[in-house]
Design a protein around this ligand. Structure first.
Ligand code: ATP
Length: 278
């Protein structure tokens, strides 16, 4: 059992993931490289504001409230699709569930061994070969060398990269990269699998194989959280869909209904709910 939150899961028998009142805020420095006279003057003004007790912006930071009060219960065996416009907070939510980003507020409980397949290939080293990365990924996931050796053949066969498996990963196309990442994360025997846009880079054959692999995991009652902009994929694979908008969860339910509602919203371009900008 892995818990990225504050408490033990209240009913671990039923839930894979429980999220309560989750807020995630990014803080980034404003214009860190600017060195004009105007910026120097602004920095002096900020330093003086800081002494007087100022807001984040005054102190030279920009705050992005990427996730704003999300509650979510994901039962074992659910394939939960997550949709929403660019910047809606989907990847941030996934990173928080994965334990990569700490919540600014709220709590997250994960009941089960988690495996993540997040965008930008978190964890792979481009200077190492695919084979070496599989070994490192296995060790990072807590497997012994013997367990990794046993799994390696399955992973390599699934990824089907031919001689590229022994080439540095920086020479891989994004589709090849995605294939190996998918193979590693799904062969680590995950109880909770997080997939962020990883299916989009693959060709038709990879997508079909990935769907089949996801189907296999679902048959074993594994839980999957899947971020995607491909509505067809989500309708095919998911048992539930969550729609996020500006950091909030605006709808959760039947994949057909929620994706249809989201597509209608995109066409009309109106606010689905009244949301204040903080
Ligand atoms: N590392 C970061 N530092 C600062 N702000 C960030 C960072 N990552 C994301 N953001 C901001 O947080 C908000 C949510 O971003 P996030 O990547 O979670 O959205 P998303 O729904 O996954 O978008 P997309 O569909 O484009 O991948 C956006 O406003 C984004 O600009």
């Amino acid at each position: 059992m892995a818990a990225a939150g504050l408490e033990e899961p209240s009913d671990p028998g039923r839930w894979s993931v429980r999220v309560r009142g989750l807020h995630v805020t990014y803080r980034t420095p404003v214009d860190p490289r600017a060195n004009t006279l105007r910026h120097r003057a602004m920095r002096m003004a900020r330093a003086s504001a800081l002494r007087r007790g100022a807001t984040a912006k005054d102190r030279g930071f920009r705050e992005v409230l990427a996730v704003r009060g999300v509650d979510l219960d994901v039962e074992h065996g659910t394939v939960l699709g997550i949709i929403g416009a660019n910047g809606a907070g989907k990847s941030t939510l996934m990173r928080a569930v994965a334990g990569i980003l700490p919540p600014s507020q709220g709590r997250i409980e994960v009941n089960g061994r988690i495996s993540t397949l997040l965008a930008l290939g978190v964890g792979f080293n481009g200077n190492l070969s695919g084979r070496e990365n599989v070994v490192l990924g296995g060790l990072a996931a807590g497997m012994t060398r013997r367990q990794i050796a046993e799994r390696y053949e399955q992973i390599a066969a699934w990824a089907d990269l031919g001689e590229f498996i022994d080439m540095p990963m920086k020479t891989y196309s994004s589709g090849m990269y995605g294939r190996l990442a998918f193979a590693v994360s799904t062969h680590m025997d995950p109880e909770v699998l997080l997939i962020d846009e990883a299916l989009s880079a693959g060709d038709a054959k990879f997508k079909r194989k990935s769907y089949d692999k996801i189907g296999e995991l679902v048959a074993q009652a594994r839980t999957i959280l899947l971020v995607s902009h491909a509505m067809g994929t989500l309708r095919e694979l998911c048992s539930e869909v969550l729609w996020m908008h500006r950091g909030r969860a605006v709808a959760l339910g039947d994949p057909e209904e929620v994706t249809a509602e989201y597509l209608r919203f995109q066409e009309v371009g109106e606010e689905p709910v009244v949301m204040e900008d903080v």
